[in-house]
Design a protein around this ligand. Structure first.
Ligand code: HEC
Ligand code: HEC
Ligand code: HEC
Ligand code: HEC
Length: 402
């Protein structure tokens, strides 16, 4: 990086900004209560053969890592939540519905379909919030799309992006029009969310783009005394973060966050045998895609993009593991303190609070799918807080046990 001149950086940024601006089209929010019927992906195959084939090619991204084996300490951190016993890594969109049906975690309500299929999205558009609490078992997923064209385009595939997930439109408020359409299309699912305690609607924990950051989200949850689970041994009421790619990539400190959109790095423009170009809907990473790197002119500034990104990911993930192990130790020690019966809830309150808060910041990085690539500054900031809170809690335990 040091070899490049400031001038080159500025030129590149200006060019990239111009390209990004010309490609950006505003998204439109989907209409509700219209009794819409989903036109399924397969029905678009004849009109958009290349895009349909690329969409189906997401099936090639089929590897799953079982996180409870790769990161054994999460069995303690997430105890007794479902993620402590089964937590498969993400794979291609092609597997959304089958992976949901196969998960070893319990899912009592239809809201679990929120980020898997447009067929459920249409139910929420037609029936409103009541769709979210329909019993899971009452839904027959035969013929459901995995994601589906409808999710991002409603029934008009093309350059217009329609945001069909109404909770995202609500969460963006007045900022809806200022976030690139391509980014909003992914933010329908690659976000932090929770199920509202009343009504079980899928909801995002913010009301503007500016408040979509780990600090404000924590305060939002804290203000409503929200927790996903309580550790039975320590009594800590914990919050489980989920895939906050949108908040991380567009958040403070992201070097390219204000300049690129999700499609810049994850969707390729491809030329077919007839010489026509189309936008591939098979999601790739810039590390493996020559086409993305050429279109984004990455090499102008990143001589070795893969080495640069892998180095940062290793730096982040090494800390994620070390701090995760710290929370395992903290959980076990706090559990022993509780089991000893020697201390009052009042004496343990600060330690529990530090554990709750620190694990949230740790989780925000652990569950973000880029492993630190999207925003090193944000990841580092979260991990610093997580480490500080774990150390402080362990120190308080030392004091207590003296
Ligand atoms: C996860 C979101 C998402 C899904 C699902 C999706 N698309 Fe797209 N699509 C996009 C984005 C983002 C663009 C780029 C929009 C723009 O031009 O700004 C796009 C662009 C397009 C275009 C314009 C192509 C071009 O070359 O510029 C067509 C046509 C299209 N999509 C068809 C489809 C079809 C058919 C399906 C289902 C098989 C589908 N899309 C599913 C996000 C999606
Ligand atoms: C309807 C919800 C939804 C939308 C919209 C969506 N995704 Fe996804 N995405 C998922 C789910 C769910 C998975 C995990 C699927 C599985 O493991 O079965 C996933 C997985 C992925 C993966 C694979 C991750 C891995 O570890 O292999 C990539 C890459 C990805 N999405 C990128 C995108 C991009 C880029 C967009 C926007 C253009 C987008 N997604 C829009 C729900 C969505
Ligand atoms: C500047 C380029 C860039 C932009 C823009 C970008 N990403 Fe990424 N993304 C990356 C890199 C680099 C990785 C790590 C890839 C790897 O490890 O191979 C990644 C990884 C991911 C993954 C995990 C993929 C996998 O196979 O494990 C998902 C999901 C993802 N990004 C979604 C998004 C979403 C959603 C957005 C928009 C909010 C976005 N990205 C914007 C560069 C980008
Ligand atoms: C005009 C120069 C320039 C271009 C073009 C450029 N980058 Fe960057 N990129 C940078 C600089 C500078 C940084 C910050 C480096 C640092 O923090 O040491 C950076 C950071 C990144 C990061 C880490 C982001 C973060 O906030 O932690 C990723 C990932 C990345 N670039 C990917 C890409 C990809 C992919 C492309 C092409 C689509 C690209 N870059 C194009 C200059 C550029």
């Amino acid at each position: 990086m040091k070899k490049i001149t400031i001038g080159l950086i500025l030129l590149g940024l200006v060019l990239a900004a111009v390209c990004a601006a010309s490609a950006d089209t505003a998204a439109v929010p989907a209409e509700t209560g219209t009794g819409v019927t989903v036109i399924h992906a397969g029905e678009w195959a004849a009109q958009f053969p290349d895009i349909y084939a690329s969409y189906m090619a997401n099936g090639e991204d089929d590897e799953v890592v079982e996180y409870t084996e790769e990161y054994p300490f999460i069995k303690t951190i997430y105890e007794p939540y479902g993620f402590a016993t089964h937590y498969g890594s993400a794979r291609g969109h092609y597997y959304c519905v089958q992976d949901l049906l196969a998960t070893g975690r319990p899912h009592p309500m239809a809201n679990c379909f929120t980020c898997k299929t447009a067929d459920f999205t249409a139910m929420t558009l037609n029936d409103g919030d009541s769709a979210y609490s329909v019993p899971f078992e009452s839904i027959d997923p035969t013929g459901f799309d995995d994601v589906g064209c409808f999710t991002c385009h409603a029934n008009e595939p093309g350059t217009t992006i329609t945001v069909t997930h109404t909770y995202l439109t609500a969460a963006m408020g007045d900022d809806f029009g200022s976030v690139p359409a391509e980014t909003l299309s992914c933010a329908q699912c690659h976000v932090e969310y929770y199920f509202a305690p009343d009504g079980k609607m899928t909801t995002l924990p913010y009301t503007s783009h500016a408040s979509a950051n780990p600090d404000d989200i924590y305060e939002y949850y804290d203000a409503m005394a929200f927790s996903d689970y309580t550790n039975p041994r320590t009594g800590v009421k914990q919050i489980k973060a989920q895939h906050p790619e949108f908040e991380t990539f567009t958040g403070a400190g992201s070097f390219h966050g204000g300049q690129f959109n999700c499609a810049t790095c994850h969707m390729e423009r491809v030329t077919n045998a007839d010489g026509q170009t189309y936008l591939s809907h098979k999601y790739v990473t810039p590390l493996t895609s020559e086409s993305v790197r050429a279109a984004g002119n990455c090499a102008a500034c990143h001589g070795d993009l893969e080495g640069f990104v892998r180095g940062r990911q290793e730096q982040v993930m090494t800390r994620v593991v070390a701090i995760g192990q710290k929370y395992e130790t903290l959980t076990d020690r706090l559990a022993d303190a509780v089991a000893s019966g020697k201390y009052t809830d009042e004496e343990l309150a600060d330690i529990r609070e530090l554990n709750r808060k620190g694990q949230w910041y740790w989780d925000f990085v652990f569950v973000e799918n880029s492993n630190g690539a999207h925003n090193l500054a944000l990841a580092t900031n979260c991990l610093d807080k997580a480490e500080l809170f774990a150390d402080a809690a362990l120190l308080l335990l030392d004091e207590l046990e003296k």
